[in-house]
Design a protein around this ligand. Structure first.
Ligand SMILES: NC(=O)c1ccc[n+]([C@@H]2O[C@H](COP(=O)([O-])OP(=O)(O)OC[C@H]3O[C@@H](n4cnc5c(N)ncnc54)[C@H](OP(=O)(O)O)[C@@H]3O)[C@@H](O)[C@H]2O)c1
Length: 333
């Protein structure tokens, strides 16, 4: 039996629950690739699933313990085996992709369906480390454009423009032809400008809620603000979307928080004025095709904060949970 090194988590809890172990190399099914993972990421989704926070995650991931004990939603590596139905890839191809739902990228080898829309060749000249963080933040950012129906010429304010989702939202909004105002800390003003923001507001020296501009979309990419505090920044039919809610992470608060959010979303929709929405990780095939093109052409470049070797993945989790990473944290496998 062939074995591999993997970051395994068999009980929900803090980063220390993750251990490096030798486990069996998975076998690809007929429609899957076997990938030798060279780089992956630790992101907020991994943190949420590892800690079962918010609690609602247990309903998808296992009530008492994680059903899938190897996390990791993004990967870059080499195809080393293919199932008999696979025609798009062959052994030796360099691939990157997104595998939220099935996970498994925090290991030397993983299997993934070849026909997932974001499984794609690594663009020429891109290293595994540069390629690995291409899909998670960008997919979440894109799903906002999909659900809000924004079009070229509309205006967006991205709050938390230095997170993985926020930094992707700035780049993708610009690529979609939107007018982009980004909010970030003093140290990262130049970085966020370089991502394409038309205007940058420093949240450490200015109160962005006093901005005189009005927006079609206020996107709280770090989930730390509120509809009521940002409502006046919206145009009459403008939309406020947040990726998260701090209260959601308090024990047993997910039921009232979700109930309140759905209620507020419903009421604001019925009233047909300024609306609020929760960022749902959903997009359409056309959107995914467009995102593929952005990644393959090099138009979208994920921001990387730092890298860790797989053996230090617990440190990576601790750092990501400070909430201060700039873009993405990559694990070299
Ligand atoms: N809805 C979904 O399906 C979904 C999926 C994945 C993730 N999420 C959530 O989305 C959120 C964002 O995740 P992420 O990985 O993109 O980024 P992240 O790790 O949460 O964000 C880190 C960045 O946010 C900035 N930041 C932190 N607090 C801020 C504040 N009060 N104002 C402005 N900027 C602030 C930090 O910069 P400074 O150090 O300068 O403050 C840092 O660069 C998380 O809460 C995550 O749980 C939601």
């Amino acid at each position: 039996m062939a074995t591999m090194k993997a970051a395994v988590c068999t009980r929900y809890g803090p980063p220390e629950r993750v251990r490096i172990e030798q486990v069996e190399v998975p076998t690809p099914q007929d429609d899957q690739l076997l990938v030798r993972v060279r780089a992956t990421t630790v992101n907020r989704t991994d943190c949420g699933y590892r800690a079962a926070n918010p609690f609602v995650i247990r309903f998808f991931s296992g009530l008492r313990r994680p059903k899938m004990p190897i996390f990791g939603t993004e990967f870059a590596g080499d195809v080393v085996g293919v199932g008999k139905d696979v025609t798009r890839f062959q052994a030796g191809d360099r691939v990157l992709g997104w595998c939220e739902g099935t996970f498994g990228a925090h290991a030397e080898y993983m299997t993934v369906r070849a026909d997932r829309p974001l499984t794609m060749p690594i663009p020429e000249g891109l290293s595994y480390v540069e390629a690995a963080p291409s899909t998670e933040g960008s997919h979440y950012a894109l799903s906002v454009f999909h659900s809000t129906g924004l079009k070229a010429g509309d205006s967006i304010l991205v709050y938390g423009a230095t997170g993985s989702i926020g930094s992707a939202a700035v780049q993708l909004a610009k690529a979609k032809g939107l007018k982009v105002t980004a909010v970030c800390g003093t140290a990262n003003l130049d970085l966020v400008k370089s991502l394409g923001a038309d205007r940058v507001i420093d949240y450490q020296t200015q109160d962005f809620t006093k901005d005189p501009e009005r927006y079609d979309l206020v996107y709280d990419a770090v989930g730390k603000h509120s509809f009521f505090k940002c409502r006046h920044l919206l145009k009459p039919k403008g939309i406020y979307v947040a990726t998260d809610r701090p209260l959601l992470h308090k024990p047993f608060m997910f039921v009232p928080v979700f109930a309140w959010w759905f209620l507020l979303t419903g009421i604001t929709k019925i009233m047909r004025g300024r609306r609020q929405m929760f960022a749902q990780p959903r997009t359409d095939p056309e959107g995914l095709k467009w995102l593929r093109e952005q990644i393959l052409s090099g138009a979208f470049k994920p921001v990387i904060d730092r890298t860790y070797p797989l053996d230090q993945i617990v440190e990576a989790y601790r750092f990501v949970e400070t909430g201060q990473k700039i873009g993405n944290v990559v694990i070299e496998v």
